[in-house]
Design a protein around this ligand. Structure first.
Ligand code: PMP
Length: 406
């Protein structure tokens, strides 16, 4: 192991508590990750030293707060290896980033009869905005299916692509199945047809090193809170040539250049897409979170979480009577499952009483649940602060569910 797990765990105050007299085991990381002390302290530091509205002021605090905010933009640029920092747009999360692209891209490029391709494994945040935009603009949403392992079929994608296709909007990693989609290959196929690709990176950035230039994707959207940063922060990365062409998403202060009574002109990138006072405190925390991840190293995080996933898959398979959803070899640290015929909520309640936080339900992926013909799953999702001992506890909890409900 390339980092000290005890030291890492000590950085997360919330993990030190007991739940129902059991040490908390947090396996709901795909929903939101916990925050290290460094992130919490960065927020306190911001309010004790730097707090001020950014961009507009000439006074000391305003300049200081603005510099810190813009330095974070540069830090994010480097973290995902974007070409320019003006391609990094701060938002309140992946959902807002995805809505931004759907709305602005739709207005600029989508006409009646056009097509947008997405997949059946999408989170609602990368499904409903495209569905609604297509309905409003008379376009069609084409939906890629998955095989029994939870993988997209590239031949099906090639068949769906045609002269009417305007965009592919796909998740990098499924929040339900854990599948890591072959996004680099998909981008290459799409670009042969001059079709841009948006990737929903909400589950991607926290688990894998992401290089948007290497992937060559045209948009990459993610949330801060799933990468150890505060809630209410997020990023929409877009290639400059698209961002220059897209109309603004929200209107108001900061995103304008000049306002007259009869018309307005808009600011340059990235400010054109950042109307109003942003979440400056959250971005201070985001900066600390990225520094934390860089310190540990995304490659180290990825291989540690892979080991956890392999360990959990092996141990849980040995229990017997568990059905797994998402069994691709290209998988990140998510295990969705059902225990015999038990309802996911009943299983989740018992597991919770043993101090283990797992998520139950449709995981904001109702089209996928319909496709799988199930009401939902139990989902355990791992982060770099989890341990194999915690997974052993989950295995005992599942055995308990079997004893009680089967
Ligand atoms: N996409 C995926 C794949 C997700 O897992 C999530 C969050 N569960 C989202 C989008 C939406 O993220 P947020 O709620 O942070 O905007």
């Amino acid at each position: 192991m390339s980092f000290n797990i005890e030291k890492v765990r000590a950085d997360f105050p919330i993990l030190q508590q007991q739940i129902y007299k059991h040490p908390l085991i947090y396996f709901d990381n795909a929903a939101s990750t916990q925050k290290p002390r460094q992130v919490i302290e960065a927020i306190t530091w911001y309010y004790e030293h730097d707090n001020c509205n950014i961009h507009r002021g000439v006074h000391y605090l305003s300049v200081k707060a603005t510099e810190a905010y813009e330095e974070t933009r540069e830090k994010i640029r480097a973290f995902i290896n974007a070409k320019k920092s003006c391609e990094i747009i701060f938002t309140k999360g992946a959902t807002e980033s995805l809505n931004l692209v759907a709305s602005s891209f739709g207005k600029r490029y989508i006409k009646p009869g056009d097509e947008v391709i997405t997949s059946i494994m999408e989170h609602h945040s990368n499904f409903v905005p495209w569905q609604q935009m297509c309905l409003e603009r008379g376009a069609s949403l084409r939906i890629l299916g998955i095989n029994e392992k939870g993988e997209i079929d590239l031949d099906e994608l090639k068949k769906l692509l045609n002269k009417k296709t305007r965009l592919i909007a796909l998740t990098h990693i499924s929040n339900v199945l854990g599948t890591i989609n072959p996004v680099k290959e998909i981008v290459a196929i799409a670009h042969q047809h001059d079709v841009p690709v948006l990737l929903d990176g909400a589950q991607g950035v926290s688990h894998l090193p992401v290089d948007v230039q290497d992937l060559d994707c045209d948009f990459y959207c993610f949330s801060g809170h799933k990468m150890y940063a505060p809630m209410g922060t997020g990023v929409m990365y877009g290639k400059e040539r698209y961002l220059e062409e897209l109309p603004p998403y929200q209107l108001g202060g900061e995103m304008i250049k000049e306002v007259f009574t009869g018309r307005s002109t808009f600011n340059e990138l990235p400010f054109k897409f950042e109307a109003g006072t942003p979440n400056v405190e959250g971005v201070a925390g985001l900066r600390a979170a990225v520094a934390y991840l860089q310190d540990l190293g995304m490659d180290n995080i990825s291989s540690y979480e892979d080991d956890l996933l392999k360990y959990a898959t092996e141990k849980m398979s040995a229990i017997g009577g568990i059905k797994f959803y998402g069994t691709s070899h290209h998988k990140a640290s998510v295990i969705s499952f059902l225990i015999g015929g038990t309802h996911p909520y009943d299983a989740g309640m018992i597991i919770d009483k043993l101090g283990i936080a797992v998520r139950t339900g449709h995981h904001c992926a109702m089209p996928l649940m319909d496709f799988l013909k199930i009401p939902g799953t139990v989902r355990a999702s791992f982060a770099f602060y989890n341990t194999t001992e915690e997974i052993d506890q989950l295995v005992s909890a599942i055995n308990k569910v079997k004893e009680m409900l089967l």
